[in-house]
Design a binder for this molecule. Structure first.
Ligand code: PHB
Length: 396
């Protein structure tokens, strides 16, 4: 067997999505070296459609860390959302209720900004690797082994390994079962997501509850839109022609007074829902971040925002650990990160269960949901709770 080529760095990061790249960037700002590896190519990541809403602090982080002011020029600031139910539409005004807003800026754009910023800084980021594995995680000299895109065996030796390798994390599985606890919830819902070429149907997002099930009208640009309707997790995409999709979307929003501007559909996919948390987020010299540690259902678009919040805390504790040589400071990471994760988990669960139609729903269940929605929009306290959760709590 040929010996691997060895690279030595302070932090080895498995996963070059937004969590891994943002962490690498934040560490570099503090003078800390890292190497990032990902088994996907840059093209693969750029062409995976993900959610599009950034909380206030996520935008601040991108701008303040010097990653992107493109978000401010090309993103769209949204001061509220429409909650549509019971035959009418009600605006929840985040700005007025909390002083905060959110930005519509797709995750793929966040990724491209980060990948460009890392490349411009000459960072060591390797996409398209194969056979990656992590080693010696309970020692102070862990490593990542992989075969790079040219077919050369590689080993990254470091002080800490970060598992930012997504919901099917390889790193997470290295934590022995006796040392972790996992929390799951499956939902009987999924979203049928489309991208279409059409003008915006409304200035802000519409979350629409109806007897036919939930629909979400989101956006991408002036000419490209993103929309979803609740479907069965086993839904067959091929059974849905463009005409059938438009008829279903229109029917769900028409009941609440909205009409959609239609156009050619360029993407169709079924997104399944799941809530998951892995605790703790640290095991020895391994630390997890983003989807590797937790996933949330998409209602409320918390996934990317949680990943960015994780790495903000992680960059801070890693800097202290590396500067002082004292691992103990890493103990804070799990508690600080999971406080926000569990609150977002609840927020996503709450939005999901308030807006979706269960397959066994009775008239009572539907009317109860409408009453809950009425309580939210009819009370300043209720609307403020939604606005605070949606725009994001401060990073702990
Ligand atoms: C999206 O634009 O993809 C999006 C927006 C809001 C959500 C989920 C997804 O709650």
């Amino acid at each position: 067997m040929t010996r691997p080529q060895i690279t030595t760095t302070q932090v080895g990061i498995v996963g070059g999505g937004p969590a891994g790249l943002m962490l690498s960037h934040l560490l570099a700002l503090q003078g800390i070296d890292s190497v990032v590896v990902d088994n996907r190519t840059r093209w693969d990541i750029e062409h995976t459609v993900r959610a599009g809403i950034l909380e206030r602090d996520s935008v601040r982080l991108l701008v303040d860390a010097g990653v992107s002011d493109r978000v401010l020029h090309e993103g769209d600031e949204h001061d509220g959302i429409e909650l549509a139910f019971g035959g009418a539409s009600h605006r929840v005004d985040f700005k007025e209720l909390t002083g905060a807003s959110v930005w519509l800026y797709p995750q793929t754009s966040v990724f491209m900004d980060l990948a460009d910023a890392r490349a411009a800084a000459g960072a060591d980021v390797r996409f398209g690797v194969t056979d990656s594995s992590v080693h010696d995680l309970t020692t102070d000299a862990p490593s990542i082994r992989f075969v790079d895109a040219d077919g050369t065996a590689q080993e990254v030796r470091c002080r800490y390994v970060i598992g930012a390798d997504g919901s099917r994390s390889m790193c997470r599985n290295e934590i022995p079962e006796t040392a972790r606890r996992q929390f799951f919830r499956e939902y009987p819902y999924a979203w049928f997501g489309i991208i279409c070429e059409a003008p915006k149907s409304a200035p802000e997002l519409i979350y629409s509850h109806s007897d036919r099930g939930f629909a979400l009208i989101s956006q991408r640009t002036e000419t490209i839109q993103r929309m979803y309707f609740q479907c069965d997790p086993e839904e067959d995409i091929d059974a849905w022609s463009d005409d059938r999709i438009w008829a279903e979307l229109q029917a769900r929003v028409a009941l609440n007074g909205h009409t959609l501007k239609q156009g050619p559909i360029t993407e169709k996919a079924v997104l399944r829902f799941r809530s998951f948390i892995n605790e703790p987020m640290r095991h020895g010299s391994l630390l997890l971040a983003g989807d590797a540690a937790h996933t949330v259902p998409p209602t409320g678009a918390k996934g990317l925002n949680l990943a960015l919040a994780d790495v903000r805390v992680l960059a801070e504790v890693l800097e202290r650990a590396l500067r002082t040589g004292d691992d103990e400071v890493l103990e804070e990471y799990t508690d600080r990160a999971l406080d926000r994760v569990w609150r977002s988990q609840h927020f996503s669960y709450w939005m999901t269960s308030m807006l979706h139609r269960h397959r066994d729903a009775t008239d009572f269940d539907i009317q109860r949901q409408v009453a809950e929605l009425r309580s939210v929009v009819g009370s300043r306290a209720g609307s403020t709770y939604l606005a605070e959760g949606y725009t994001g709590w401060p990073v702990g």
